[in-house]
Design a protein around this ligand. Sequence first.
Ligand code: SAM
Length: 252
Amino acid sequence: MRAELKESTIDLIYADPPYNLSGKALTLVNNKTGGPFYKMNEKWDTWSYEDYLEFTDEWISEAWKLLKRSGSLYISCAYHNIAEVMFSAKKAGFVTKNILTWYKTNAMPNLTRRTFTHSTEYVCWLVKGNNWKFNYVALKEINPQRTKEGKPRQVRDFLDFVEMPIVQGRLRLKDRNGRASHPTQKPEKLIELILTASSNVGDLVLDPFFGSGTTGIVASRLGRKWIGIEIDRKYVRVASERIFGSREYQYA
Ligand SMILES: C[S@@+](CC[C@H](N)C(=O)[O-])C[C@H]1O[C@@H](n2cnc3c(N)ncnc32)[C@H](O)[C@@H]1O
């Protein structure tokens, strides 16, 4: 990240890093499918535990350097990696402001029947200094909490708990064969909430794990400048088509 970007230039970083949960087969009792069931199986998401700790430390300390003093870092994570992410963030010097819980209203059914059904992910909101941005007035307009009359309630009623479905149906990007173009496309509404809360029009937003380009789409719509970093050319193409409507893009 540091080779291309200058220190203390970014207003907001939204990061949706690998969760390190791929390749972990789930053998179901009475499984009749003839093989193990993989929740997710992506090369970029498969690490040894030590390597994952090192990787998490590295990118979070880079994020610290790139952010302005008023900057915020929002990190998507799940129960698999929240401990590692929070530990690295604290080591780097970040202070936690909130941990948003995203309740996935259409979460996967509980196949094993050996745990409570997993239906939540988190977004950790971390700040670098005391001048973090929190746009109370703009958030009031999109506050899902409404009065009996349907008007937006005060932001003090805007909970650190958001309910929204996983991206499915016509909102899900698909390839020519009708398969999902990216395995972990995040809801635009979730990114809209983050960008509205902690950045202003004209601010520079960085997404170091760009995937299908959700942050780019939302940032453009909200009048923010943005930079996306993505390691996989396939997904660079997906994001480029989504944002610019063409396959035209250049590699650095
Ligand atoms: C969880 S996904 C992000 C999905 C994205 N938020 C979206 O809505 O489409 C993580 C992405 O990070 C990419 N990635 C993994 N390691 C990376 C690295 N070291 N540098 C840049 N991108 C990386 C993966 O290829 C994957 O597309």
